[in-house]
Design a binder for this molecule. Structure first.
Ligand SMILES: [Fe+2]
Length: 359
């Protein structure tokens, strides 16, 4: 069981950065956002600002700090721009070297002198999911993901276009966000209209639980709802989709990546980025189903994509309100939390967390 102090103590987050986030592989972005030359995405982890950028088709990641006066180089969350520092104009190539020696002398004899180069991080891709490692010689990403390599590949094929991207700030520790999505026991109480009445999810126990190296997945089975006939007509144009299941399918990639599929008709990718011991930025990405449509059905699907993202964010905000009060409760707790039989994925998360923190 993760000790309560790990959710509230700033020193605990520092240990997590050292032993957990700076080891193995961290999700940073989807390839969709990095498709063009000079596209970039930034992920600011405490103590390590990362930029991943497309250099003529290949993805490179660096510590997002100019070696000269330590200015942050890319200052937006994502965009399309050369990797060039806004302070003195130092521009960097895909190896992280200055493109030319800085015009005033005395910094270095060579562009290869590491004092004038950016710190480079290994990048690997699984399907459309881009990962960075802060280790200099990490194990292959496939070793890190284990049994979940084919899962991410299959989801990458099933997902269509990225339709919505946002950041939702939570006044809660990042682990509360992870634990929240690993069970749907709370769904009946926190999401009665959205999940239970709207989607028919949350009444039945989880099935098809898969666990490997701290990662986990499960299906949350669907129960009949009053709107089923109406919904079947609304998604008739998706009837031939390859990835179809009568459930809410949820995947957790340790430590902080969440992926879900609602019956294969709508997809969500959540990335919980710790800000401090009691603050987390949840990056939300919603995806259309990957089905070729004609003009008429595409217009209908566009509307469904919008409604799906609105509903998804409504659910996230329902959870956010609870997690923020859990954070406050934990600060006043005098005993550890309890775990029920349906919370087996939380148990697996805690075991992987404790193994990582043991070093
Ligand atoms: Fe929830």
């Amino acid at each position: 069981m993760i000790p309560v102090s790990s959710y509230i103590d700033p020193a605990a987050l520092e240990h997590e950065m050292e032993l957990l986030f700076r080891k193995g592989w961290q999700f940073v972005a989807m390839t969709d956002e990095l498709a063009n030359d000079q596209d970039f995405v930034c992920v600011d982890l405490p103590g390590t600002a990362i930029v991943v950028q497309n250099f003529a088709g290949s993805l490179r990641a660096f510590r997002n700090v100019c070696p000269h006066r330590l200015n942050l180089i890319q200052t937006e969350e994502r965009g399309n721009r050369s990797l060039i520092c806004r302070y003195h104009g130092w521009a960097f190539d895909g190896e992280g070297r200055p493109r030319t020696l800085p015009p005033r002398q005395g910094f270095a004899e060579s562009r290869d002198d590491e004092r004038v180069c950016l710190q480079r991080f290994p990048v690997e891709v699984c399907g459309r999911f881009v990962f960075v490692s802060m280790e200099s010689a990490p194990p292959p990403l496939t070793d890190y993901l284990g049994d979940f390599v084919p899962v991410l590949e299959q989801l990458s094929r099933a997902m269509g276009a990225l339709t919505d991207i946002d950041t939702i700030h939570h006044a809660a520790n990042w682990k509360l966000l992870a634990e929240n999505v690993l069970e749907c026991y709370h769904c009946g109480y926190v999401h009665p209209e959205t999940f239970v009445k709207g989607l028919g999810i949350g009444k039945k126990s989880i099935v098809d639980v898969r666990l490997d190296r701290g990662h986990s997945s499960s299906h949350f089975p669907k129960s009949p709802t009053a709107r089923d006939a109406l919904k079947a007509r609304a998604v008739a144009h998706l009837a031939d989709r390859e990835f179809a299941h009568e459930s809410f399918f949820h995947v957790h990639i340790f430590p902080n990546l969440f992926i879900s599929s609602t019956e294969g008709t709508a997809f969500y990718v959540g990335h919980a980025i710790p800000v401090s011991a009691h603050e987390t930025n949840l990056r939300t990405r919603f995806f259309a189903p990957g089905v070729e449509l004609d003009e008429r059905t595409q217009a209908r699907q566009d509307l469904m994509n919008k409604q799906g993202a609105t509903l998804g964010k409504y659910v996230i905000n329902e959870d956010r309100a609870i997690l923020e009060t859990v954070q406050r409760g934990m600060a006043s707790a005098n005993r550890p939390p309890l775990l029920g039989a349906d919370e087996v994925r939380i148990e697996a998360f805690a075991a992987a967390y404790e193994a990582a923190m043991a070093g």
